[in-house]
Design a protein around this ligand. Sequence first.
Ligand code: RNT
Ligand code: ZN
Length: 421
Amino acid sequence: MNQERIKKAYDLAKQEYAEMGVDTDQALKKLDEVAISLHCWQTDDVGGFETPGAELGGGGIQVTGNYPGKARNLTEMRADLEKVMSLLPGKQRLNLHAIYGDFGGERVDRDQIEVKHFQSWIDWAKANQIGLDFNCTCFSHPKADDGFTLSSKNAENRRFWIEHTKRCRRIAAEMGKQLGTAAVHNIWIPDGSKDTPVDRFTHRALLKDSLDQIFSEKLPEAFLKDAVESKLFGIGSESMVVGSHDFYLCYAAQNNKLICLDNGHFHPTEQVGDKISAVLQFVPELLLHVTRGVRWDSDHVVILNDEIQLIAQEIVRANALHRIKVGLDFFDGSLNRIGAYVIGTRAAQQAFLLALLEPTEKLKTWEEAGKNFERLALLELMKTKPFGAVWNYYCLQHNVPVAEDFITEIQAYETAVLAKR
Ligand code: RNT
Ligand code: ZN
C-alpha cells in the first residue's frame, strides 16, 4: 500500500476522532502496551516434542484439519514464530506448554522436566526480545487417560501431576527471572466425566488440596504470576468438569491468584466481557484466553467479532489494561497456520484499538446525566469512524505489512518453506 496515502488517511481520521474528543496518537501509544502472548501450539496442532510426530491425545480438546506445513520440530517452530512476529505490529510474548521442551531426543517424563529443557527457549526469547509464559501439560499422557489428573482419586497419578505442575512453576519463574518480565504460569486440567458422577465433592476437594500443595512453594512474584483456568465442558467431560468457573473463581479470589477466562469456556450466551468488571473487584489480575467458539469450544481462529470487542471495551472502560494478560488460545489445522496467527493476533489487537478509540469520558458524562439516547447514538456513530485508517498507520509505524500485504508474504512463506515439509 502507498505510504503517502496511508499517512493522509491517518491525518483525516485523526481529525475526525479529535472532534469526538479522542486522541488517536495516544490510543496507538496505549495499544503498544497490550502484549499478546502467542500460543505456540497453533504451529503444530498441540503435538509437542516429547515423541516425534505426537498428536494431541485426550483431554477433551480437539484439533481438526490437516492443512500441510505444520511444524515438526523446534527449529521449524521457531522459524514459523519468527515469521509470524515479523508480520505483527506491537509487542508479543510466547506462551509455551511443557510438552514443547528441548528434550534432545531423550524421553523425559513430565515429572522429570527441568529448566535445562527450556533454556534454549529462554535464549531464543532473549534474542527475540520477548517474554515467555508457560503452562503445565496435564493431557496427552497415559496418566491422564482415565480423565483425571490433579483431582484424581488414584494417589500415584495425583502425585505425578502435582510434581509436574510444581516443576512447571519453577521453570516459569526461571523464565521470568532470566528475561526480566514475569512469566504467567497457567493451570488448566481436563478433569471431568462424561456422565453425571455421584461424588463430585471428593474430586473438587482433591483438586483444592493439589493446588494448595502446588502453591505452597513460594516463588518470587516479580518472576512468576499464577493463573487458574476454568471450563464448562469438554469432549468426554460433558456432565462434570472438576475445575468449573465457580471452583476457580473462589480459589483465585481466596488465594490471590489470576483467574484465566477463556471465552470458549462458558455457556454460549454468556459473555466473558460481562464478567470482567465483576471479577476485577476480587482478583489482582486477569488472564484472557482469546478464542472463537463455533457452536462449542471449537477454538476457531479469532476474528474481530462482538464478543472480542466487548472484552476489550470492558477492560479499557475499567481502566484496567495494566491488570490484564492477553493470551491467544485457538488451534485450527485446516488452514495456513502462520496465517491463522496473524489473523487472530491482529483481530485481538484491533479489538483493543477500537476500544481505545472510544470517547469513553463523553459517553460516561451522558450516562450519568441519564441521556441514554445520546449515549446509544454516539456508540452507533463510532462504528462508522475511519478505524481502518488508524490501524493501517499503526502497522506502518511498526514497519510491518499494511492492510492486505501480509497475505502475499504468507503465501511466499508457504511456497518457500511450509510446502516443503
Ligand atoms: C482447554 C484450555 C487450555 C488449552 C491449552 C492448550 O480447553 O482452553 O487453555 O487450550 O492449554
Ligand atoms: Zn484456554
